[in-house]
Design a protein around this ligand. Structure first.
Ligand code: CDP
Length: 212
């Protein structure tokens, strides 16, 4: 098993990250959460007050960033960043930049690791089309909102379930209906329903991986 790529795509809050981390740990693979790159770039845009309507401003910003860190940080997980990231992610110039960043990160990682697990929206359908295994995670919007709501309360943040649900549905809509790399299940992808317990999901995943 060398240069082995597993893509894990799915909508917001479907548990892609936890699943990806589990697989990466099991096989000692590198894990990249591509959403973090979108979130980090969104944070920079908001801080620098870049005018999104002006592609030239975005292009200038991109030119000045040599590399984007994929390191997670709790300041990247706010509802504001979540909301803006799906708007910013609809821009072709941004997607091109982040896709390049992903390729650079994975190329470097594969010098040390035998494989990589990458989670996102378009990993199996666009960025790593040749992925050896493509997973697509699904969970109803209501269950995802309930989980997110609980998580925010645990973090001590204010949360209103109805608002979280609305936010998730809006992000789903934006991710599925954008022109560039919409969230779609690739024909080669294996559908994993993550509505039940993590243990049940992992059982399904292990059954798939055992055939490899
Ligand atoms: O963690 P969660 O599922 O809520 O979102 P995320 O994976 O951190 O992604 C944040 C936003 O970036 C999403 O709403 C997408 O619009 C965008 N994204 C994308 O367009 N393509 C990817 N490969 C990953 C994220």
């Amino acid at each position: 098993m060398n240069n082995f790529i597993i893509s894990v795509d799915g909508p917001a809050g479907s548990g892609k990250e936890r699943i990806s981390k589990y697989i990466a740990k099991k096989y000692n693979f590198f894990h990249l959460d591509s959403g973090i790159l979108y979130r980090r770039f969104t944070k920079i845009i908001l801080e620098k007050k870049i005018n999104l309507k002006k592609n030239s401003e975005l292009a200038k910003l991109i030119k000045n960033i040599s590399s984007l860190s994929a390191k997670n940080h709790k300041t990247l997980r706010t509802e504001n960043i979540s909301k803006f990231s799906s708007i910013i992610a609809s821009k072709l110039i941004v997607r091109k930049f982040i896709n390049e960043q992903q390729k650079i990160i994975i190329k470097k990682a594969l010098k040390t690791y035998k494989g990589a697990v990458i989670d996102g929206r378009d990993i199996g359908s666009k960025v790593f089309k040749d992925a050896n295994i493509k997973l697509f995670i699904t969970v109803s919007a209501e269950i995802r909102a309930k989980r997110r709501h609980k998580q925010l309360l645990q973090l001590g943040e204010k949360s209103i379930y109805a608002q979280i649900l609305r936010g998730i549905k809006l992000r789903d809509y934006k991710d599925k209906n954008r022109k560039e790399s919409p969230l779609i299940m690739h024909k080669e992808a294996i559908l994993i329903d993550n509505s039940n317990s993590f243990t049940k999901t992992i059982r399904k995943i292990n059954a798939i991986l055992a055939k490899v």
